[in-house]
Design a protein around this ligand. Structure first.
Ligand code: SF4
Length: 366
């Protein structure tokens, strides 16, 4: 049983997305002109062999109707999705089927104002752009290509001019954390809808960088929670689900009931985590619980996405907090939070283990 909550979003009453994900992250290619130090996709200058063809993409878009209504939203990502010569055909194919899409392009010379105007025309609901530092020196150092900071500033301005909503993604590591207030100041001078802070998981090129220590992460999320109440855009986290627990604790302390918390705007993302409300399709059709949890449960060339999402044993267990181990297994916030299954896997090899980024001690001890 589900209740509608927000535009096109379905909020399951038990916070388990058993029937359909909220978002499908679809990696159209792993080709990219950047060489980011933390790249999840370990992107390459040229496309890898075996990418899904346009005909295959269309075929799998047809299968989305099996999820029922509303259909999941797709974020086309990469690599750089602009490296697909048939990107516009793919966008049109999704639009013809009534599927909402966003795009996660890399900031390279391919991302022109004209392309952004085209995206808006083609019904792309939003794009995401990365900003990992408050200056050219800091941002370009992580992105691996000089000039990317200035190009990102220009892209933000161009998106605002053509009316394309933007989410800015920022990497959180031990080397970027102290710069985040300055990044916020940069963003306040721009037009964006959402700032999403991605708490690094050591994988791909990201393994050369360090995650924050749990105490520092907790402190930072407290600051983000306070910032979220006054920022001119929404503030959210990626792979730091305990941000919800911290926000809920603040609301409980302020006298709110659980019902009031669940009815509040912050509850929109409750429960959503790797494999629960999220699924990832690789450029070759592999299906993963998320882009950060590198354990394929099958391939859409062999099995329909809807079957893999609903029935793969790993996906089922990721949706069941009672299967979690350690503190996450007994935590009174685990339906709303549940921790990063990807980080648990990266650190222990077991995606059901506790999220090592979270220092919270549940009321019932593990
Ligand atoms: S212990 Fe696990 S479920 Fe509880 S708040 Fe921390 S990460 Fe979330």
């Amino acid at each position: 049983m589900t209740t509608t909550h927000g535009i096109g979003a379905v909020r399951p009453e038990n916070w388990a997305y058993d029937r359909a994900p909220m978002i499908v992250y679809w990696e159209l290619t792993n080709a990219c002109g950047l060489a980011c130090r933390h790249c999840r996709a370990t992107a390459m200058p040229d496309p890898a062999p075996g990418e899904l063809t346009l005909a295959e993409v269309e075929h799998h878009l047809d299968s989305f109707s099996a999820f029922g209504e509303p259909q999941p939203h797709i974020v086309f990502t990469g690599g750089d999705p602009l490296r697909r010569g048939d990107l516009r055909d793919i966008l049109h194919a999704a639009a013809r089927r009534g599927i909402g899409v966003s795009l996660a392009p890399a900031v390279t010379p391919l991302l022109t104002r004209e392309r952004m105007a085209e995206f808006a025309e083609d019904g792309v609901q939003a794009i995401s752009l990365s900003l990992d530092g408050s200056s050219a020196e800091l941002h370009d150092g992580l992105r691996g290509v000089p000039g990317t900071f200035d190009a990102t500033m220009e892209a933000l301005d161009a998106a605002a001019e053509v009316g394309l909503p933007v989410q800015v993604n920022t990497l959180v590591t031990d080397v970027t954390a102290d710069d985040l207030p300055a990044v916020y100041d940069v963003l306040r001078s721009k037009t964006l809808q959402r700032w999403s802070l991605f708490f690094l998981i050591s994988m791909g090129r990201g393994s050369q960088l360090n995650e924050l220590a749990p105490g520092k992460a907790e402190q930072l999320m407290g600051w983000l929670g306070r910032l979220g109440r006054e920022a001119p855009f929404q503030v959210k986290t990626t792979e730091a689900m305990q941000y919800r627990r911290i926000a809920a604790q603040a609301m409980l302390k302020a006298g709110k009931t659980r019902d009031q918390i669940e009815a509040s705007p912050m509850a929109r993302g409750f429960g959503v985590r790797d494999g629960n409300g999220i699924v990832f399709i690789s450029h070759q059709g592999d299906v993963l619980p998320s882009g950060f949890l590198p354990t394929a449960v099958g391939n859409i060339r062999d099995t329909p996405l809807v079957d893999l999402y609903r029935d793969a044993p790993l996906m089922r267990s990721l949706r069941d907090p009672s299967a979690f181990k350690g503190r996450c297994g007994v935590c009174e916030f685990n339906l709303w939070c549940g921790g990063s299954r990807a980080r648990a896997y990266a650190w222990t090899g077991d995606p059901l283990e506790s999220d090592p980024l979270c220092p919270y001690q549940p009321k019932v001890s593990a």
